[in-house]
Design a protein around this ligand. Structure first.
Ligand code: 2RA
Length: 351
């Protein structure tokens, strides 16, 4: 019989995309259960064109579930993922809780699908959206040229912060619209926003008319958690424990689709033509690299689609064996829901 799937966190930003994906991808599922916090229980949501009543998170919701996909805050995953696994479900977890645990695989199906088979705790983690937004492309290049170093700057969309992110950006833009003098004197954007909006924002600075060099929580040494995730997760997914990685994560006023400027050094010389050949052959990567004709990826052209887009590929002039590139990926799709759906489909073939 067809496997039963449970979506935990079905009402969130990623949960909404998840419901759309399972409704539009090849339908391999039997029952699909929707689960959320008690606050959302009883809501009726559409999956595969049918009404499904959202159930409150409780141990019993996992009974009979083959695969449970979690997109919930870290502390909710920490408590509930092991309960799902104990009750016999394979848990695919989007939170940061288990990603770096040695007995939990961290999987990107294009890069390390076999790791999904070795899951002693019945838990598989899916990476952070910033790491995921580049991984299909970087993984393809690594498979042939062996990656040695990555220096990355991210340009992260506001929906990475959940449904409150886009809500805040739209509110700020609305509050500032119409005043063509704003944004020209230090502090005037903050002042204009303070007059019109409450201070409660998911971002630590105005996000309209601005870029914010901070994403995630504070970590030792002044690092932001997103920057360390990008380093540690890239090492684990690519299977290069000593990969040198340094990242700066920046939030930008884009609704959805993370972009990354990537400076990647390989073991041997790699030309732009080599990279084009590899990336053109990678099934989930779209090469958009014709700068003489203004062809490169941007978030507004990528949002809502599945592939990883790459362009602006250049051989670094002063750094041997090194490419500079610009990558874009929809942070809610490949960056979150799609990767989880792909892992679920991969694992379901074994059931
Ligand atoms: C963000 N990567 O963009 C995060 C979400 N986990 O905020």
């Amino acid at each position: 019989s067809r496997p039963t799937l449970a979506l935990i966190g079905a009402t969130g930003a990623v949960g909404t995309v998840m419901r759309e994906l399972v409704s539009t991808r090849e339908d391999i599922w039997g029952e699909i259960r929707l689960v959320a916090s008690a606050r959302s229980a009883g809501k009726v949501l559409q999956v595969r064109g049918e009404d499904v009543v959202v159930q409150a998170l409780a141990p019993e919701v996992f009974d009979g579930v083959d695969i449970a996909i979690f997109d919930v805050p870290d502390e909710v995953s920490a408590e509930w993922v092991p309960i799902a696994a104990e009750r016999g479900a394979i848990a695919i977890d989007k939170s940061g809780t288990f990603r770096m645990e040695p007995d939990v695989p961290l999987v990107v199906p294009e890069v390390n699908p076999l790791d999904a088979r070795d899951r002693p705790r019945n838990i598989i983690s899916t990476p952070n959206c910033t790491t995921l937004s580049m991984m299909a492309a970087i993984g393809a290049l690594h498979a042939e040229y062996t990656l040695k170093e990555l220096v990355v700057a991210s340009y992260q969309a506001v929906s990475g912060a959940g449904v409150a992110g886009p809500a805040r950006l739209y509110d700020e833009i609305e509050a500032l619209a119409g005043d063509r003098s704003v944004g020209q004197a230090a502090g005037d954007v903050r002042k204009a926003l303070a007059n019109k909006l409450d201070a409660d924002s998911p971002f630590p600075a105005p996000i309209a008319f601005n870029v914010v060099p901070w994403a995630g929580s504070y970590k030792d040494g002044g690092w932001a958690s997103e920057e360390l995730k990008l380093r540690n997760e890239s090492r684990k997914i690519l299977g290069i424990p000593d990969l040198k990685v340094s990242a700066t994560c920046v939030r930008v006023p884009v609704i959805t689709t993370h972009s990354l400027a990537v400076h990647a050094r390989f073991e041997r010389e790699i030309t732009v033509a080599d990279a084009h050949r590899i990336l053109e052959a990678a099934p989930t990567v779209v090469l958009m690299d014709d700068p003489a004709n203004g062809v490169w990826p941007t978030p507004v052209d990528v949002v809502g689609t599945d592939p990883t887009y790459i362009g602006r590929i250049r051989q670094a002039v002063d750094f041997p064996n090194t490419l500079d590139m610009f990558v874009c990926g929809d942070n809610l799709r490949k960056g979150a829901a799609l990767n989880a759906a792909e892992i679920a489909e991969l694992v379901a073939t074994e059931l």
